[in-house]
Design a protein around this ligand. Structure first.
Ligand SMILES: C[S@@+](CC[C@H](N)C(=O)[O-])C[C@H]1O[C@@H](n2cnc3c(N)ncnc32)[C@H](O)[C@@H]1O
Length: 250
């Protein structure tokens, strides 16, 4: 990465109250591995250094707003893709343990290899699978402190997929774009249905670029009914309380 990209990374991080200068070599290695991986498979549509720095690295770091990811927590990254937001968060917060989850095996293989290359294999432990299935397995159900999610689905879908994985008192940290009142309303009702409550809605601008983002925090208040998550594909095809809406990833 060139020096202006590193400067952008630090400027973006500073806007979030972070100093990532000590992690520059690791971010540079992550950038290289992403480019190598992208030449073998389609990992990300973002190709320029500036886009990757701002729209992947800094964008992922915004999940740290509000301090909901602090302390020695276990954090599921649901629908991690090429490892976002896991990698930037794991580099910035050495006390967190991540369980990146994705239904696509080749993406999880990439995340596992990248974690090893970055020396993060002790606290980045990827799992291949669909949230609909993992949410019913005793080794994953109601086990985790946090679920973090970026660019995967609408809020009611995220509530149904994530809340079963959280222990009581755990939090879903959903990083969204500009969320509509209808989506938020459906998300609130869905959260209630699966044992949670929307506690915080925090709209903000992506550092440097200003693109609209919203951090939505849902707290798990009581056990999720065993009927959730519904079987594979149903949460997305028929989102709770929002059935007429189109599929959405941000
Ligand atoms: C648009 S990508 C976003 C990836 C990453 N979070 C990011 O911000 O770059 C969505 C990812 O979620 C995964 N995904 C979607 N639904 C899923 C589910 N029900 N269970 C597990 N993974 C899922 C997809 O395979 C895909 O890799």
């Amino acid at each position: 990465m060139n020096s202006s990209s590193l400067e952008l990374l630090q400027r973006g991080a500073e806007e979030l109250g972070l100093d990532v200068t000590a992690q520059f070599p690791a971010f540079e290695r992550l950038f290289e591995l992403l480019q190598e991986g992208n030449s073998r498979m389609n990992l990300t549509a973002l190709k320029t250094e500036e886009d990757i720095v701002l729209k992947h690295f800094v964008d992922s770091l915004t999940c740290l707003r509000g301090g909901y990811l602090e302390g020695g927590l276990s954090v599921v990254d649901l629908g991690t893709g090429a490892g976002f937001p896991t990698f930037p968060l794991a580099l910035a917060r050495p006390e967190l343990v991540f369980i990146p989850v994705d239904s696509t095996r080749k993406k999880i293989d990439f995340v596992r290899e990248t974690a090893a290359q970055l020396g993060l294999q002790e606290r980045v432990m990827p799992v291949v699978g669909r949230a609909e299935a993992l949410g019913h397995l005793s080794e994953h159900r109601e086990r985790y402190d946090r679920v973090v999610v970026r660019a995967v689905a609408s809020l009611p879908v995220l509530a149904e997929l994530a809340l079963p994985l959280l222990r009581e008192g755990g939090l879903l940290v959903a990083q969204k774009g500009d969320i509509s009142a209808d989506e938020l309303n459906a998300g609130r009702r869905a959260a209630g249905e699966v044992g949670g409550k929307v506690q915080v809605v925090d709209p903000f601008g992506l550092p440097i670029l200003g693109d609209a983002r919203t951090l939505v925090i849902i707290e798990k208040l009581k056990p999720t009914s065993p009927k959730y998550p519904r079987r594979e594909g149903v949460p997305t095809a028929q989102p709770l309380f929002w059935e007429s809406q189109p599929k959405q990833s941000r």
